[in-house]
Design a protein around this ligand. Structure first.
Ligand SMILES: Cc1cc2nc3c(=O)[nH]c(=O)nc-3n(C[C@H](O)[C@H](O)[C@H](O)COP(=O)(O)OP(=O)(O)OC[C@H]3O[C@@H](n4cnc5c(N)ncnc54)[C@H](O)[C@@H]3O)c2cc1C
Length: 405
């Protein structure tokens, strides 16, 4: 029996190794990943390795020696097919059964697929893995027609990368702006202007009726009846957490694997972290599931500590970042879907350097900056303070954010 088994070779899985070892536990660790590569992180796959010339392996988190030094056995290219929580075993695709004392589910998420005629044509791509990033990079040829389905984070970053390679880019999005459900119309329209100024064309309030082509995709018919030529279609319509193992084992699942603040699932010897975990966040006093890098990084570490027996309360304010053209942005906070918010700007959005805040009941729920670096720590503290703020002072770049708490 292995002391610790980690399922998943993403950031959450790799960081759990650190959490376990830095808590002083020295039992055997086995990390199983369905992918062939050493555990890697995904943000570079839509940025440096797609828009620029960074090698794909720059996304790899640690070399093999790092795992050797920590007495971690890697089983790569091996899927865990099922979990027997009562028996404390996992069954691998190669027929092996492994015992564990404590198990981490860090299985991440999968890209949602389109459910329209032609969705399985060649060159209709998703972007989730290193292999998919390499496949897409090879298709970003100057002058080719790239149609993006969905103006979320992935769609927008791919749009920027495709423009960097001189592709003709059209984005089809059912909402009236990019990122409408995440940031709302005020910020969404800023992203429209950013991308249009770089030559991206949008079709808002439109969808995909069918993808056409003879073997490989060559066109897209939208629900409004427009026909667009397409050499490559990239589908960025969101993700679904990989909860199948948890469901099969009878763990509690509801938009992710339900966990407490110590990242315990409903089984005391099974933990979850990263995209797949829906945990109770003590700072927000709510259960949330977050599919961003920082949560996999911090949550993976916290889960490792918890597996090693440390007393853990994983209470980080959600955080994410994105890079598009010259715009680098960071966002902290959480606005529950459907919350009525007031949006306050600090600085002029048209200058390309500004901040934005989302408030409810005069309290800051979330804040973001574009190219105003070293501010996100103050934004996070303002959110945690949960105090009423004066919106005039909040909008004044001359008043330090620290004075508003
Ligand atoms: C292209 C791209 C760009 C991104 N950019 C950003 C960004 O700029 N900023 C940001 O904050 N976030 C970004 N994200 C999101 C961020 O990368 C994810 O939140 C993060 O990868 C989640 O890490 P994870 O370890 O939970 O899961 P994952 O990274 O999804 O890793 C899960 C691993 O588990 C493996 N696995 C799944 N099921 C099994 C099984 N049954 N058996 C064995 N192995 C299994 C998978 O193969 C995978 O290796 C991006 C995501 C993508 C795809």
């Amino acid at each position: 029996m292995n002391e610790f088994v980690i399922v998943g070779g993403g950031v959450a899985g790799a960081r759990a190794v650190e959490g376990i070892r830095e808590s002083g536990a020295d039992g055997e660790i086995l990390l199983v990943s369905a992918e062939e590569q050493l555990p890697y992180q995904k943000p570079p796959l839509s940025k440096g390795t797609l828009a620029g010339d960074d090698p794909l392996d720059s996304a790899i988190l640690h070399p093999q020696e790092w795992y050797d030094d920590r007495a971690v056995t890697l089983r790569l290219g091996t899927r865990v097919e099922s979990l027997d929580a009562a028996g404390h075993t996992v069954a691998l695709a190669d027929g092996t059964t492994l015992g564990y004392r404590r198990l981490l589910l860090a299985t991440g998420s999968s890209a949602r697929r389109l459910d329209v005629p032609g969705a399985d044509l060649v060159n209709v791509l998703s972007l989730r893995s290193m292999d998919e990033s390499a496949e897409l990079r090879a298709r970003l040829v100057a002058g080719s027609n790239v149609v993006l389905v969905g103006a979320g984070w992935i769609g927008l970053e791919v749009a920027a990368a495709a423009r960097a390679h001189g592709c003709e880019v059209t984005v089809i999005e059912p909402q009236p702006t990019p990122l409408y459900g995440v940031l709302g119309p005020e910020l969404g329209s800023w992203f429209t202007r950013l991308h249009e100024s770089h030559g991206v064309r949008f079709r808002f309030e439109d969808g995909i009726a069918e993808l056409t082509g003879d073997g490989a995709v060559s066109g897209v018919r939208t629900t409004s009846g427009e026909f667009l030529d397409a050499d490559t279609v990239v589908v960025g319509v969101g993700i679904a957490p990989n909860v199948e193992l948890a469901e099969g084992a009878g763990l509690e699942v509801d938009n992710g694997i339900l966990c407490d603040a110590a990242l315990h699932t409903s089984d005391p010897d099974i933990f979850a972290a990263g995209d797949v975990a829906n945990w109770f966040n003590p700072t927000l006093e709510a259960r949330i599931r977050v599919d961003h890098w920082a949560n996999a990084n911090d949550g993976g570490y916290a889960a490792g500590q918890s597996m090693a027996g440390a007393d853990v309360s994983y209470d980080k304010v959600p955080f994410f970042f994105s890079d598009q053209y010259d715009a680098g942005l960071e966002y902290a906070g959480h606005v529950p879907r459907g919350t009525e918010t007031e949006v306050v700007f600090r600085g002029d959005p048209e200058s390309g350097q500004f901040m934005a805040f989302w408030l409810a009941d005069k309290r800051v729920l979330a804040g973001m900056h574009v190219n105003v670096w070293d501010t996100i720590g103050d934004v996070t503290e303002l959110i945690k303070a949960k105090v009423e703020v004066d919106t005039h002072r909040l909008s004044d770049p001359g008043i330090p954010l620290g004075e508003l708490r």
